[in-house]
Design a binder for this molecule. Structure first.
Ligand code: VG1
Ligand code: CO
Length: 540
């Protein structure tokens, strides 16, 4: 039976953020998840009888909310829910299912790289029919609806069995449980030369893929080990756990330190990679060679033609504003356009849909292409493997050759996590007010050429997005960027991005190469005085 439950308004997903992310305990409040899901449905039109994809990254509270979402989809008139065994779907796999099966949209339950478990984070996001994150116009409506919601519709049907493949029915709506990996694997087979990668592993090439007890475990086992012949055990932490084994499923040098240490040791394999909670991020480390995500994007763009899916070349590329400009140099050489967008995958969607770009990425370990409308961790790993299988050189040699050809964009991000939100906002306001007087300021031998608060005009839909980060550009193209995170769940996180281009001096240690700019960035914003922090929490 379908029920109308009366409820009270709340403040849901802030417009412009990718989903609603809060502590599990917040989501466990009565009606909380229901309110948000109904606010999403109330913003959509014309979905009666249509398909909704529902899945999540397996974190704590996933199963409960999937059952709730299914009951609510039925009560709201969807014709079919498509989900996967255990309700488990990586974000890129969900994006693919939406596209492949022509779904109206999808609900993805994840807080991405944020920790999980009863005291961890939970999240709900909506992806539209193109498979991509809801555009700003829609997230604005979700937010408005959360503030005026008065009731939600839900069926009182029993839980669906998510562990058995096949179809069942509730309130006349079909619920279909499919294998989470097989459609995604088929897509990867169309893009990459599986035979060449198989031959690479046969030749003795070794990989370690750290799934961080998150969603990519089953995908890694099936594709890397079973299909491509990497030895069993190549995929570690491959069983998704509700609390990610107590770890933080963020594939960076802090949270994937064990992988990093192994890759820097004599007994390390040839190639190391990791992915995050929901499977959209990637970390790439060669033997004795860490690859920054910004460099990885540039390298993948420069070598993409070696993979069958990209053999005809790239239409264009895009990077988020704080991402290093390394990929721009590749684009220039290839004679294609490089677009600069605000942080967040949704800004790539229109460019991908319009066929203006084929590949895109962010400094935060996100890379992807037009095969789906999300960043895709395992895809990046497979593209790297395809390139390695064709070039038969080490990661370190490929990286060094790339720098020799294009020069090196030294790059680092300094995060100050969980700082006082008011202090962080005051710091940003101070910088904003200071912008007009920054020209000519010195950082070592460099002088500020331009400074602005980044804004973006979307040439596809004509929309404008302002206040996307303080951007200070020096006379040699070096950059210092400040922005506040939109994904944290406690206090504010200040991100400072530092970049310096060197055409010839290629072998410096990153922090040393950036030291003048780091000193400038800290001094200009009085970070220590304003936040009480003399050092960042995380340096990547
Ligand atoms: C962070 C990253 C951003 C990424 C976003 C979502 O956002 O910086 O590049 O798109 O996370 O990634 P912020 O606002 O905290 O800087 V994920 O893996 O959470 O889907
Ligand atoms: Co993610």
């Amino acid at each position: 039976m379908i029920k109308n439950i009366s409820t009270t308004p709340f403040e849901g997903q802030k417009p412009g953020t990718s989903g609603l992310r809060k502590k599990v305990t917040v989501f466990q409040q009565p009606h909380y998840a229901e309110n948000f899901i109904q606010s999403i449905f109330d913003s959509l039109q014309g979905f009666t009888g249509k398909t909704l994809v529902i899945g999540g990254d397996g974190r704590y509270y996933n199963r409960e909310v999937i059952q709730t979402a299914i009951r609510m989809a039925a009560a709201n008139g969807f014709g079919r829910v498509l989900t996967a065994r255990g309700g488990l779907l990586s974000t890129p796999a969900a994006s693919h299912l939406i596209r492949k099966y022509g779904a109206f949209g999808g609900i993805i339950l994840s807080a991405s790289h944020n920790p999980g478990g009863p005291d961890g984070d939970f999240g709900i996001k909506y992806n539209a029919g193109n498979g991509g994150p809801a555009p700003e116009k829609l997230t604005g409506e979700f937010f408005a609806n959360t503030k005026k919601i008065s009731s939600y519709k839900i069926s009182d049907a029993a839980d669906c069995n998510l562990d058995k493949l096949g179809a069942s029915e509730i309130e006349g709506m079909t619920v279909e449980v499919i294998d989470p990996v097989s459609d995604y694997q088929k897509l990867m087979e169309t893009l990459f030369d599986f035979d060449a990668i198989r031959a690479l592993f046969k030749s003795g090439f070794r990989i370690r893929f750290d799934a961080m007890h998150a969603i990519t475990g089953p995908y890694g086992h099936a594709i890397l080990e079973d299909a491509l012949g990497a030895p069993k055990g190549s995929v570690v932490n491959g069983t998704p756990l509700p609390d990610f084994g107590g770890h933080h499923p963020d594939p960076n040098l802090v949270h994937a330190k064990a992988l990093y240490d192994l890759m820097m040791s004599a007994k390390g394999p040839d190639f190391g990679a990791a992915s995050d909670g929901d499977g959209d991020r990637n970390l790439i480390i060669g033997k004795n060679q860490f690859v920054t995500p910004s460099d990885s994007l540039a390298l993948l763009a420069a070598n993409a033609h070696l993979a069958p899916g990209y053999s005809k070349g790239l239409a264009g590329v895009a990077r988020s504003m704080p991402t290093s400009c390394a990929v721009d140099r590749v684009a220039t050489k290839l004679g294609i356009k490089s677009f600069e967008t605000p942080t967040g995958w949704k800004f790539f969607g229109n460019l991908l849909d319009a066929g203006m770009i084929t590949m895109c990425g962010e400094e935060s370990a996100g890379t992807g292409s037009n095969h789906v409308r999300e960043k895709d961790g395992l895809w990046a790993v497979l593209l790297w493997l395809n390139i390695l299988a064709k070039r038969r050189q080490s990661v370190a040699d490929i990286v060094k050759e790339h720098w020799a050809e294009y020069g090196r964009n030294y790059y680092s991000r300094h995060d100050y996590e969980e700082v006082d939100a008011d202090a962080a906002n005051r710091l940003m306001k101070f910088l904003r007010d200071k912008l007009p007087s920054l020209k000519g300021e010195k950082a070592g031998a460099l002088a500020v050429a331009t400074a602005d608060d980044f804004s973006y005009h979307d040439i596809v839909d004509g929309s404008d997005t302002a206040n996307q980060g303080i951007r200070i550009i020096f006379d040699d193209g070096s950059r210092v960027i400040y922005r506040l995170s939109g994904t944290g769940t406690a206090g504010a996180t200040l991100r400072v991005y530092i970049e310096k281009y060197e055409a010839k001096v290629l072998g410096l240690e990153t922090q040393a190469a950036l030291s003048d700019l780091i000193g400038f960035a800290r001094g200009l914003a009085s970070i220590a005085e304003r936040t009480g922090r003399t050092e960042p929490t995380v340096i990547t």
